[in-house]
Ligand binder design. Structure first.
Ligand code: GDD
Ligand code: MN
Length: 366
């Protein structure tokens, strides 16, 4: 049977969900030629071993095990680039996405009734377990309007993780997708007009969003943050990269923290300046490390006390050298007659770029 469709299953600790999901997929596909590509980010529960065991019994199952890399979006991209199938779908491996929709999505694409098919939780006929609160509905209406501006298409569920498109088209978009872990579907749709000249024609399919079968969700609930980061990335992000902007914002907050600690120690506790300044530097640096770990590098977040400790030490070392560069540049420029505030600013920019470059490479760059 010819290969029509690759179904990419990104996995992170989904061992128990795989065998029954592959069974459901096989049952749903009828006479479609398919393969499943499990892209596992070195799950600790033995998902990759389980995937390989399944693949031994069925050559339609393939496994990509990534070591030292992370992320739902990059796992999907890995799949786009690893298949010869003309069409490709991405779906969750936890049974929240019903594989019964796959043949109809594929038929729409083959008939050229659409260029991308999206399973939506919010079209008539769809349903979702936790969709009740009116403020969520308002927020989602706003998000949908923004998504429309960004992508040029009507979408009821821009954050959906279940979609299908032509593989060659997906691959053509890959070079211009965002680096950071923002929603791959939105990214593909927003990138299409710039790369392909026109937005992709979308067809939505009602999804009965099910409960996860086993295990727990790997994505935290910061959907709004993801969305805003994606928005920035596709607009101003072309000028100042998103991650650097986040890093800079965090740095700015760090300055506030620094001054708060410094003035508390100086004026409330009556400590000497050297001690107060040292404490303020340590607190601000730790605060920046923590916030960058939670926000700027949320897709690569360091977890577990030993990784966090090593990350923190690395970050402090980076900042120490960055501060040195900052002072050196500022002093040099000021000595050359540059206005003191501009010299200070130049120092800050040089120090920040240094900190950013080094910490993204050595602290969060795995
Ligand atoms: N390879 C890989 N790497 N897979 C991952 C990673 C990762 O870093 N993080 C999550 N996954 C896998 C999970 O194992 C699962 O198969 C799928 O990606 C979705 O992850 P969940 O943890 O189940 O996400 P969710 O249910 O909270 O979110 C889903 O619904 C959202 C809409 O509410 C996803 O489909 C999102 O994309 C979607 O926006
Ligand atoms: Mn899920």
């Amino acid at each position: 049977m010819a290969l029509d469709l690759a179904i990419i299953l990104p996995t992170l600790n989904e061992r128990g969900n795989l065998a029954p999901l592959v069974e459901r997929i096989a049952a749903a596909m009828g006479d479609v030629g398919w393969e499943v590509i499990i892209v596992d980010d070195d799950s600790r529960d033995g998902t990759a071993e389980e995937a390989r065991a399944l693949a031994l019994g069925d050559p339609r199952i393939r496994v990509i095990q990534r070591i030292g890399r992370r992320g739902l979006a990059s796992a999907a991209i890995e799949g786009f680039c690893a298949t010869a199938a003309p069409f490709v779908a991405v779906m969750d491996a936890d049974h929240q996405h019903d594989p019964a929709l796959l043949p109809a999505m594929l038929a729409s694409l083959q008939a050229q009734a659409a260029e991308i098919c999206v399973a939506s939780r919010f079209v008539p006929g769809a349903s979702t377990a936790d969709w009740a609160a009116p403020e969520r509905e308002r927020l989602s209406a706003l998000a949908n309007r923004v998504a429309r501006r960004l992508t040029g298409v009507e979408l009821t569920d821009p954050m959906s993780g279940y979609f299908m498109l032509e593989t060659a088209r997906a691959r053509a978009l890959v070079p211009r997708l965002s680096g950071i872990g923002f929603k791959i579907l939105l990214d593909l749709l927003a990138t299409a007009p710039k790369t392909l000249g026109t937005p992709m024609r979308v067809k939505e399919f009602p999804l009965q969003f099910a409960a996860r079968r086993e295990g727990t969700s790997k994505l935290d609930r910061a959907v709004l943050f993801d969305f805003l980061a994606g928005l920035y990335d596709k607009t101003l992000g072309q000028v100042i990269p998103t991650r650097f902007a986040l890093f800079g914002t965090v740095g700015g907050l760090g300055v506030i923290v620094h001054f708060a600690v410094l003035s508390a120690l100086l004026f409330v506790l009556g400590e000497g300046f050297a001690l107060a300044q040292t404490a303020a530097v340590l607190v601000a640096m730790s605060f920046n490390f923590w916030l960058n770990n939670w926000l700027t590098y949320r897709d690569k977040r360091l977890k577990g006390w030993s990784a966090v400790l090593r990350g923190w030490l690395g970050f402090c070392a980076t900042c120490a050298v960055g501060a040195f560069a900052n002072v050196a540049v500022a002093t040099f420029l000021e000595g050359r007659g540059l206005f003191w505030a501009l010299a200070a600013l130049a120092g800050i920019v040089v120090g920040s770029v240094w900190n950013y470059a080094l910490s993204s490479r050595f602290v969060w760059g795995r």
